[in-house]
Each structure stands twice: as C-alpha cells, then as structure tokens.
Design a binder for this molecule. Sequence first.
Ligand code: PRT
Ligand code: ZN
Length: 285
Amino acid sequence: MSELKIAIQKSGRLSENSLRLLEECGIKFSNGTSVLKTRAANFPVEILFLRDDDIPQYVEQQVADIGILGENMVLEKNKEVAILEQLGFAQCRLSLAIRKEENYRGPEYFNNKRVATSYPRLLSGFFKKNNIKAEIEEISGSVEIAPGIGLADAVCDIVSSGSTLMTNGLREVTTILRSEAVIIGNKKLSEEKKEILDRLLFRIRAVKGARENKYILLNAPESSIQEICRILPGMKSPTILPLAEKGWCSLHSVVKEDEFWERIAQLKSAGAEGILVIPIEKMIK
Ligand code: PRT
Ligand code: ZN
C-alpha cells in the first residue's frame, strides 16, 4: 500500500499551522514533532519534519511527495515542483527597506548600493527587471541589522507587521513579492499517490472554505428579503423560513469572513434583526 510523504517545517513559523491544517483534515498523529518523521494512524500519509529551506529540493527529488512552506521560499529555490494550493496562513511580503532618514524616489535609489538579503535570486530578478545595478550581499539570518553594522546600505527581507524594520531604523520602500503558505508537489507522482493527494486536497479545500466563511442567521421583515438576498449572495441562495410572527421570516446563509463586518452593517440598515454568526466546521462546495 502506497503512502504520501508530506514535508513540513520542523520548528518555526509554519510548523504549528501546518500540523493544525492536517489535523483539521481529520489526520491523526501519534508522535510529537521531536521525531524526524511520523505516520498517521488513519490516513495513508507520512510526515517528515524538515527545515523549510530544504523542502523544495526534497520534493523535487521525491524524498517527500509534497511539502508545505512559504511561497517566498519556493520561488527563491526555483526547483522543479508544482504549486498545488494556496493555504491562507503565514502571510507576509518580501520588501526592500532603507535607512529611515534617506530620501527615496524610486527603485533607481538602489543603483550602486549594497543590499543584504537571504533572497538573492528574487532580489536579482527584481533589479534586472528594473535595470538596476546593485551589489547583493547574501546573508542567512538577522538581515535587518546589516545596515547598522555597516555591512550594507539597505535590506531585502520578509516583513509582516513591519516592527522589526522599525526597531532597526529602517523604512520599507518597495514590495517585491507577496507570499503565504502553499502546498508544493513533485511533478511525477504515481497514480496511487495522486489519488491520495486528491483526497487530501479535497479535505484541505473544505477546511479552507470553512475558515474563510461564516454561517449567518437573521430575522427580517418579508419586505426586506429581496435587499438582504442581494447583500448575502451565499453559497447558492439563502434559505428563507417563515416565522410565527406574521410578515417576518428567518434567513440562513453563508458570508465571507473578510466581508463580514461590512455586510453586518448593511444588513442592519436593511432591517435585519437578531443576527447570529456561527463558525463553520467544514465546507464542501
Ligand atoms: O529553521 P527553518 O529554516 O525551518 O526556519 P526559518 O527560520 O528559515 O523560517 P521562519 O520559521 O522564520 O519562517 C518560515 C516562513 O514563514 C517564511 O519563509 C515566510 O514564508 C513566513 N513568514 C511569515 C515569515 C514572517 N511572516 C516573518 N515575519 N518569515 C519570517 N519573518 C521574519 C522576518 O524575516 C523578519 O526578521 O520576521 C521578521 C519581520 O516580522 P515583523 O512582524 O517584525 O515585520
Ligand atoms: Zn529557513
């Protein structure tokens, strides 16, 4: 019986969310993450715990069949792998930052400058595209301190809240890439492995759908129903049930997590009352 080997980050920003995603797909693991690999008890997968930098190469060589890591790392490593699914967590951006007191009018700023980064491939691609001749200083960690110690004039690094740059006296000036966690896969999986992968991706999409949506219930006068249906497109069309009170009904639908507050305000002004918003466990389209 064949099994799918999944590489995830051993310890770092992606580890917890990667494991949680697999667990929410109903996959149960007996061991903790202190081991090198572990088998699932109820699904034909084996998990390998690795450094994120190594995952693209291992997936290319089929040491692992698929892997979970940041898209930034996938693009930097540029291995022969396929990006199969965006996962919606570990959102960040790869940006250029300069000393905060410097003037900046555009990417030409970087001509003849030294820029420290752990992403030399992506950065040189950006410089080439913008016709800039700069020197790239590749370092593997703590990129943000490079200008302070005189190693570089600027940095190109991963940013999420921006506070690391700020505490090091740096200012973000251009974003090269936006990134989130993705699943990558080997391009030549056997039919058996593809079949397991399809089952896994089906579950992952159901978990993602559930995370991205909320179930909403509300009461409204019949006269408002048309307008409320316009505000709430839902999965197909909302469920509408009559209430005991004449002229009123209850409406059930699905609303996108990121549109949620805006929709609630619109619903209230359209006459909705008693609005309940409930998390969804799994959502299968
Ligand atoms: O040991 P291993 O090699 O496996 O891990 P690592 O230390 O190389 O990676 P890790 O765990 O730091 O990051 C893994 C992935 O998480 C990255 O490749 C990104 O896809 C994603 N990610 C999301 C981030 C951040 N957010 C992030 N904020 N990766 C790094 N950072 C760092 C950044 O380098 C900078 O030092 O956090 C700092 C900036 O954060 P803010 O919030 O101050 O802007
Ligand atoms: Zn790493």
